[in-house]
Design a protein around this ligand. Structure first.
Ligand SMILES: [Zn+2]
Length: 200
């Protein structure tokens, strides 16, 4: 891809052929047509019984595996509240989500969650326990969510963010959360906190 196409890819822009999915549209399903190695045409072939058909280059035989996209998120806590960010970009523009984003190739998932927290809302955090791993049939994203401890920085909206705010449990905008994974992870997070409180 060209650098512009890569930028568009990250934004979910024109390099993606948007599939008309309803609800949780974190990631569109792109329709790749050309081999990334030689530019030959890609066509779907049955390579192995029981597996999805794969895109294979007619010219050089390259098999283009369409892998999941890994996303790292952080539930950043401070004094009983957590951070949510209002998205400034599609999909789900105007909805709330925790800090997070794509894990870069070669980057650890934890480092990605820390980096995204800094990039999107200016907070330095220390990643703690795993809240959960969230994936859904037909969806491209696999979302890894960690609990994170606030370390430093002033909360402010930055990359891809319209607003950034601290929320107590009672103020979570459940009807305006961006994705199924956002809702599922926050339910798990608060459920665990409640169980922990019952134990102590
Ligand atoms: Zn090729």
């Amino acid at each position: 891809m060209t650098s512009e196409a890569i930028t568009n890819f990250k934004k979910g822009g024109p390099a993606f052929q948007a599939a008309p999915l309803d609800g949780d549209r974190h990631h569109h399903d792109p329709e790749f047509r050309f081999c990334p190695l030689c530019g030959g045409g890609l066509n779907l072939h049955d390579l192995k019984a029981g597996e999805p058909r794969r895109l294979v280059c007619d010219a050089c035989g390259f098999v283009f595996f369409l892998d999941p996209k890994l996303v790292a998120c952080a539930v950043v806590e401070l004094e009983g509240r957590i951070v949510l960010l209002k998205r400034s970009i599609e999909p789900q523009k105007g909805k709330w989500v925790m800090p997070g984003g794509y894990v870069d190739r070669g980057e650890t998932v934890i480092a990605a969650a820390e980096r995204e927290s800094l990039e999107e809302c200016g907070l330095r955090v220390e990643i703690g326990d795993l809240v959960g791993v969230y994936s859904y049939p037909g969806r491209i994203a696999v979302v890894v969510v960690y609990r994170a401890e606030y370390k430093s920085g002033d909360l402010r909206p930055e990359d891809e963010t319209l607003e950034a705010a601290w929320f107590s449990k009672d103020d979570i905008p459940w009807a305006d959360l961006a994705f199924q994974s956002t809702s599922d992870a926050l339910k798990d997070y608060f459920e665990r906190k409640r169980n922990h409180a019952d134990d102590t």
